[in-house]
Design a protein around this ligand. Structure first.
Ligand SMILES: CC(=O)N[C@H]1[C@@H](OP(=O)(O)OP(=O)(O)OC[C@H]2O[C@@H](n3ccc(=O)[nH]c3=O)[C@H](O)[C@@H]2O)O[C@H](CO)[C@@H](O)[C@@H]1O[C@H](C)C(=O)N[C@@H](C)C(=O)N[C@H](CCC(=O)O)C(=O)O
Ligand SMILES: Nc1ncnc2c1ncn2[C@@H]1O[C@H](COP(=O)(O)OP(=O)(O)OP(=O)(O)O)[C@@H](O)[C@H]1O
Length: 513
């Protein structure tokens, strides 16, 4: 990983001969490959471990091949790169394998080194703009209730049973993903949930795998820094629903994007809806909503159904849970068996770190820490809180620096319309001017609601305390953006900051907790 966070690798890797890799992939070579044994693979010199193949690919800032000497010093035994990187890689003295596009080769190479095609677990993938992490945790929770040893990888963490490491990327690079799957196999994991971003599909991160079931949540405005427009973003997601990526799919068809995925996919697809107006194979209906639980029913294609609950706020969490259940059934689990364990346990058991996570005392306002950072996420979370709140909603949020700037206006506008008071603060300004980011959000808010109550407080700790001071018993404070994260990124530095911990502290200071 790029920021030095830990990754999970197999503890007992079985070495494979470099010459075998060269034969299997017909790579050109520079230097002597005989007798070299591989136990791992890394895309980053800073995470190389002894016995690794270091893969040097061109990046935005540099060509990875230029870090070959560092990789060698860390224990790499060979380098895989492209023509442009070959001569600089050879200066390391390591044997060099050459291929036209090393990133495109990485997934299959990592699968070969880690033998991830041998005795694979059932693989679930989820994509969509919002809800991916939530669906993966819900899948993981239900699998646990079914007694299945499961693993997951999401924006928040990579997890095998009680062992977890914090994620940097949403979807790991292929080198890390195959190592994780190999480690999971050692732990006898039989089902794995993988959160798949559009960027992962565009950048070969899930190459070398075919998912058993892929799920689609929704598509809305996000990542227009990486994709020119909706169509390009959609095409990236659509790739997951093709035979080289997945065997079957479950697609939420509540939007035209979902309908297009279902129509354009070349794998067998079941459809799912939460809307009264849409016909689909699976139908989810909300039965009852409260601040910390949503009861729903789900009817399947054969008329069988279940009614259960998810310990989370919002119709969309019921939709996410319905997608998880439909994916399990598509992979071969029996709906009645799922219904049985959910009834036994009084509903789905799942904890999703930092997604509408509630922090509240006996009295005082309910505080939600959320990861929503797109206009559609704001819209849904605010609507769900409104339904279950008798008092006012105070919303605190900022916007990512150096990421899609085109969504800021809508984020401000939706917050202004959906909340009673808004506190705009800093959220990972990165290398941008934080005041300019806040100004863009404020402009959207003021335009949508000229008479709205808006506060601008740069420091997130002070902003949250100001929001709390505006709230009373029966009110809700929504802090959208930081979710599970434990840092605040400013000018290339990750400063320690956990919104969840700080919210607890602020509630204590205010005498609410
Ligand atoms: C913009 C982008 O895609 N950047 C990715 C890219 O970095 P880069 O092009 O800046 O790399 P570089 O610094 O030029 O270095 C080139 C190569 O040299 C290697 N290197 C570099 C320095 C060094 O000391 N040693 C070394 O080996 C790097 O690992 C890289 O392979 O290559 C890196 C290594 O593969 C990625 O980690 C990095 O993802 C960054 C962190 C990123 O944020 N990507 C975003 C766009 C992303 O993928 N986001 C989605 C989020 C989706 C969602 O929100 O839903 C995701 O899946 O996480
Ligand atoms: N099905 C859904 N439809 C719309 N909004 C949703 C849905 N599920 C979750 N959200 C909203 O999106 C936010 C992010 O949820 P989640 O982390 O599960 O999505 P994600 O797709 O993993 O996002 P990211 O890729 O940024 O991690 C939630 O906090 C909530 O506000």
């Amino acid at each position: 990983m790029t920021d030095g966070r830990a990754s999970l690798r197999p503890q007992h890797p079985v070495a494979r001969a470099l010459s075998g890799l060269v034969d299997a992939f017909e790579f050109d070579t520079v230097g002597d490959i005989d007798g070299v044994e591989l136990t791992g693979v890394s895309l980053n010199s800073r995470t190389v471990q002894p016995g690794d193949l270091y893969v040097g690919v061109p990046g935005r800032h540099s060509h990875g091949a230029s870090f070959s000497e560092g990789a060698r010093d860390a224990g790499a035994v060979a380098v895989l790169t492209d023509e442009a990187g070959a001569s600089v890689a050879a200066e390391s003295g390591l044997p060099v394998l050459v291929t036209p596009d090393a990133r495109a080769a990485l997934g299959d190479v990592a699968a070969w080194i880690h033998r991830t095609d041998e005795n694979p677990a059932t693989l679930f993938a989820v994509t969509g703009t919002n809800g991916k992490t939530s669906v993966i945790y819900l899948l993981y929770g239900i699998l646990g209730q079914l007694g299945v040893v499961a693993g997951l990888t999401t924006t928040a963490e990579r997890r095998i049973g009680d062992e977890a490491v914090t994620s940097s990327l949403t979807t790991p690079e292929a080198s890390e993903l195959h190592a994780l799957l190999a480690r999971m196999r050692e732990a006898e994991v039989r089902a794995v949930g993988v959160e798949v971003s559009a960027q992962a599909l565009s950048r070969h991160r899930v190459d070398g795998l075919v998912f058993d079931v892929a799920g689609f949540t929704n598509l809305s405005h996000d990542h227009f820094d990486d994709y020119a427009d909706f169509e390009e973003y959609f095409q990236a997601k659509l790739e997951l629903f093709q035979p080289d990526r997945s065997r079957r799919g479950v697609v939420t068809v509540d939007s035209d994007w979902g309908r297009r995925i279902a129509d354009s996919s070349r794998i067998p697809v079941s459809t799912l809806t939460s809307s009264e107006e849409v016909a689909a194979d699976w139908t989810m209906r909300v039965v009852e909503e409260s601040s910390d639980e949503t009861v729903f029913s789900l009817e399947g294609p054969d008329g069988r159904s279940l009614t259960t609950s998810v310990p989370l706020l919002g119709w969309y969490m019921a939709a996410n849970a319905a997608l998880a259940i439909a994916m399990l059934v598509e992979s071969g689990y029996d709906l009645d068996a799922i219904a049985h364990v959910l009834e036994r346990d009084g509903g789905i058991r799942a904890y999703i770190p930092g997604r509408a996570e509630q922090i509240a005392g006996e009295s005082g306002p309910r505080v939600y820490i959320d990861y929503g950072h797109s206009p559609d996420a704001f819209l849904n979370t605010l609507a769900a809180i409104r339904k279950t709140t008798s008092g006012r909603i105070i919303m605190v949020f900022g916007a990512d620096g150096d990421r899609d700037t085109t969504k800021r206006h809508d984020m401000g506008a939706i917050a202004a319309r959906g909340a009673d008071a808004v506190v705009i603060t800093d959220f990972h300004p990165r290398f941008e001017d934080p005041a300019a980011i806040r100004a863009a959000l404020l402009a959207g808010a003021r335009e949508a609601r000229p008479d709205g109550e808006f506060h601008e407080i740069a420091d997130p700790r002070a902003a949250f305390r100001a929001a709390l001071a505006l709230a009373d018993d029966g009110d809700a404070v929504l802090y959208a953006g930081p979710g599970h994260e434990d840092y605040h990124e400013v000018a290339g530095e990750k400063l320690p900051y956990s919104a969840r911990d700080d919210a607890r502290l602020a509630l204590q200071e205010a005498g609410w907790l």
